[in-house]
Design a protein around this ligand. Structure first.
Ligand code: NAI
Length: 248
């Protein structure tokens, strides 16, 4: 018996990195998986095969999570294909770093749209289904910088703080309908997003982490599984930091 047997999960931005690890862990626990990303190519097709190997239904959908109409359409398609939506993980995210003085309007808008508006789009489209089912678990991927801020990442940190406030607000609005909403705030996780950082910057980060290592996508996927499952049935409106103790 898996923790997520019979449930259907949507994971956005899951072609690689943390999203993919979440999709795989959910599938291992018995959930059917609908995942989205900007492009569904041979790699995504391989991911579908990996997911199906767990004996669940899986399909990848090409969609821009930042686009409201695109999202409404893709959620309708997913609902038709899978028949229900139990779990929503708003994971798609990007960085466009720079100091405020030099940050362009485009850098600001892009990060806010992809990281925060995307979650509004998916929550807006999925909650009517969850309300009819009288159950649902929504997980917003935030970041420790959304709690503490970070020089050079004003756009990103603001979007992630927004993800936390969005989860808390939904938790209050929809708790009486059996819908829970929480946020995960990862610290330094080893994915493509952090791979471009220099050895020096990585060493600096490592010094600040009591556990003395970067996190893995699986470290984050484990917490997502807990929040998606009935193991956390009395947990809502919370932010769980997955950061090796970096921020206490
Ligand atoms: P990643 O860059 O490896 O993967 C992000 C995925 O989102 C990619 O597959 C990308 O194509 C997709 N994506 C980007 N824009 C999209 C859009 N408009 N519509 C649909 N999909 C889109 O990043 P990673 O590291 O796996 O990050 C996943 C989430 O975790 C992000 O929200 C990120 O901000 C958050 N996070 C990551 C941390 C890290 O250290 N890697 C730390 C804290 C939070």
């Amino acid at each position: 018996m898996g923790l997520l047997d019979g449930k259907t999960a949507i994971v956005t931005g899951a072609a690689r990195g943390i999203g993919k690890a979440i999709a795989l862990k959910f599938a291992a626990e018995g959930a059917n998986i609908a995942f989205t990303d900007l492009v569904i190519d041979e790699n995504a097709d391989k991911t579908v095969k990996e997911l199906e190997a767990f004996g669940v239904k899986a399909k990848g959908y090409a969609s821009n999570a930042a686009n409201f109409e695109d999202t409404a359409k893709v959620v309708e398609e997913i609902h038709k294909d899978f028949g229900r939506i139990d779990i929503l993980v708003n994971n798609a995210g990007i960085t466009r770093d720079g100091l405020m003085m030099r940050m362009s309007e485009q850098q600001w808008d892009m990060v806010i749209n992809v990281n925060l508006k995307s979650a509004f789009n998916f929550i807006h489209a999925c909650t009517p289904v969850m309300m009819r089912q009288k159950a649902g678990s929504i997980i917003n991927m935030a970041s420790v910088v959304g709690v503490h801020g970070n020089a050079g990442q004003a756009n990103y940190a603001a979007s992630k703080a927004g993800m936390i406030a969005l989860a808390k607000s939904i938790a209050q609005e929809l708790g009486s309908r059996g819908i829970r909403a929480n946020a995960i705030a990862p610290g330094f996780i080893l994915t493509d997003m952090t791979a471009s950082l220099s050895e020096e910057v990585r060493a600096e980060w490592a010094k600040k982490i009591p556990l003395r290592r970067g996190g893995t996508p699986e470290d984050v996927a484990n917490i997502a599984t807990f929040l998606a499952s009935d193991m956390s049935s009395y947990v809502s409106g919370q932010v769980i930091q997955v950061d090796g103790g970096m921020n206490m």
